[in-house]
Design a binder for this molecule. Structure first.
Ligand SMILES: Nc1ncnc2c1ncn2[C@@H]1O[C@H](COP(=O)(O)OP(=O)(O)OP(=O)(O)O)[C@@H](O)[C@H]1O
Length: 561
């Protein structure tokens, strides 16, 4: 269990960052397997806060953050004279309005239709029925590239539609919606999986399953099978046998377990997707990922396990790696695991060679030769964070944090909020306090059973829970479009975690607000995050039921008194 994020620990995280980089590098020199060189030392499938990404963290930092803020938010300064204190009530109204309207005017739509991307008519029809009419930018870039059978690394900001960006080309090639679906009913001698999708958490895995089921429709939904941890394994194995799915979606541990037991046949698999790939590089996934990478799409007799690379063997599969945050370790992994992969971003498709020559590809990326923390570069944070987010911080004492959260929810009239904490015990206390104050709150963390987690998530999605208190478990991939507020009740350990937490709101062009509630000694951490992300995080106060942008120094003084 990690200690609380105290000021001292924050100092350690940020101040001693260089030492951690060196430590991380030392670890990386100890490779577990030739083909798996990039696992960092920590991380958990069920998600207590980890330092995983410290080893992945950028050594770059914007020196012109204000310039970027001007561009992103239309504000010109970080200073807020008293005369410029303003209510954010208008933002609040817009948040509610954004929820009511089905149209998303700011959505990142590029191409006019899915059919112009080369998807089969059956699939396009199904998409239209499900309300997906126009592809997003990243879908417009990724779909034709994957259809051309290229391996890809897809990087685009949270909530930009990366899931469909890889699911649609896969469903064009396999299952009942594929181009020539008449061949789908061919009797199979042996049930073979054609696509394996790996996700770091059960929730994300289940979310992807639901997305595939939606597209396959009720009569064919058994063609996708979830293999997530925490669920009954023998039931999953029975379903594999009985339903003969073509797609499996799961967590690394469970997929590897069933594969090792000889009950998952993936040697002829055509697609391997690694969703949230930078998280999948974590140390605790290394053995399971090793198994998956070695067995998915590996035709028997074509290579010896563990020696494939040295013998020039290439797996006969398409490898698709996806995340909003793509550090250089992912690029290294892609070079090792994929076949001449391309980097697909919202408006570009490039070779990986172009990445290495131009340095980091986003704020979490580091070039292999950048070793000094003073070697900061400009950070295109916009690549990882949704464009319509407003970021604030509020300073208070530890014992007043939960009350600050309550005031924040009321001030913004937020209907659906996710509040992040780092430790389960404090999280439970916070839920208790919020409930005592009449707020519909619930907890979501790894100590709960899979069933309890799904029930709570459903309640949150249905609007029965107004504030969901959770930890890093929910920071990645969780898609609740209605979520209009993210609160960091405890600060994330670094900019990568901040980006994924923040990305739970403002999805697909919607507006969203992120408020970090911190103690006075932590303000410098917020400032550091602001710099690293290249965003403006404004000081705020909650007065008379409104969120007020404050004059930063004044607020700090009043808290210190
Ligand atoms: N073309 C589209 N039209 C309308 N809605 C879409 C479209 N593509 C995706 N969506 C919806 O947008 C939301 C966000 O998509 P998705 O979860 O794939 O984002 P993401 O980029 O993977 O985010 P994250 O990085 O947080 O995992 C989902 O609710 C999805 O159903």
């Amino acid at each position: 269990m990690m200690p609380p994020l105290t000021a001292t620990r924050s100092c350690f995280l940020v101040g001693n960052y260089l030492s951690l980089r060196i430590f991380s590098r030392l670890q990386k020199t100890v490779s577990f397997h030739k083909s798996l060189p990039v696992f960092s030392k920590v991380g958990h499938e069920t998600g207590p806060l980890t330092l995983t990404s410290l080893g992945l963290k950028s050594e770059t930092e914007t020196t012109t953050g204000n310039e970027k803020n001007r561009l992103q938010h239309g504000v010109s300064t970080l200073e807020f004279p008293k005369s410029k204190r303003k209510k954010v009530g208008s933002n609040r109204e817009k948040l509610v309005a954004a929820k009511k309207t089905p149209d998303i005017p700011a959505a990142p739509f590029a191409a006019q239709s899915f059919s112009e991307l080369g998807l089969p008519p059956l699939l396009v029809d199904r998409l239209e029925k499900e309300g997906f009419k126009v592809p997003t930018d990243v879908q417009a870039a990724a779909i034709p590239t994957i259809l051309k059978r290229r391996d890809v690394v897809i990087q685009s900001y949270t909530g930009s539609g990366k899931t469909l960006a890889y699911l649609l080309p896969i469903l064009s090639g396999i299952g009942p919606l594929k181009e020539d679906s008449s061949t789908f009913d061919e009797p199979k001698i042996k049930s073979e999986i054609e696509a394996v999708i790996v996700a770091p958490s059960r929730e994300l895995g289940m979310q992807i399953v639901r997305e595939v089921e939606k597209l396959l429709g009720p009569s064919d939904k058994k063609l996708v099978q979830q293999l997530v941890g925490g669920a009954n394994r023998s039931r999953q194995e029975d379903a594999l046998k009985k339903n003969k799915p073509v797609i499996v979606v799961g967590t690394p541990g469970r997929i590897a377990e069933i594969s090792t037991a000889g009950k998952l046949h993936t040697h002829s698999c055509r697609y391997l997707v690694l969703d949230e790939v930078d998280e999948l590089l974590a140390f605790n996934f290394r053995e399971d990922m090793h198994r998956i990478l070695e067995h998915v799409g590996r035709r028997s007799g074509t290579g010896q396990q563990g020696s494939n690379r040295s013998q020039g063997w290439q797996p006969e599969r398409q490898t698709i790696m996806v995340s909003a945050t793509v550090p250089f370790s992912v690029i290294r992994a892609a070079r090792s695991w994929a076949n001449d992969p391309l980097l697909v971003q919202a408006k570009s498709v490039a070779t990986l060679e172009s990445v290495s020559s131009s340095g980091p590809i986003n704020f979490t990326g580091t070039t292999s030769n950048s070793s000094s923390s003073s070697n900061y570069q400009k950070l295109p944070a916009v690549q990882s964070l949704p464009p319509n987010l407003q970021h604030y911080f509020f300073v208070t004492r530890k014992q007043h944090k939960v009350d600050a959260l309550r005031r924040c929810v009321h001030a913004l009239d937020a209907k659906s909020s996710i509040a992040f904490m780092n430790h389960t015990k404090q999280l439970k206390d916070a839920v208790y306090k919020l409930k005592a104050r009449g707020i519909k709150a619930a907890e979501l963390h790894g100590d709960l059973s899979k069933l309890a987690r799904s029930t709570i998530l459903k309640k949150f999605k249905d609007g029965e829970v107004r504030v969901l208190l959770t930890n890093e478990l929910s920071a990645r991939g969780l898609d609740v479009p209605e979520c209009d507020l993210v609160v960091n009740l405890e600060l994330p350990t670094d900019s990568v975690h901040y980006a994924h937490r923040a990305g739970r709101t403002g999805r697909l062009g919607r507006k969203g607000t992120v408020v970090s509630i911190c103690e006075d000694p932590e303000v410098y951490v917020v400032k550091k995050l602001q710099k690293q992300l290249g965003i403006l995080i404004r000081g705020c106060d909650f007065t008379e039921g409104k969120l007020l942008v404050t004059e930063e120094e004044k607020m700090l003084k009043s808290v210190r008194q």
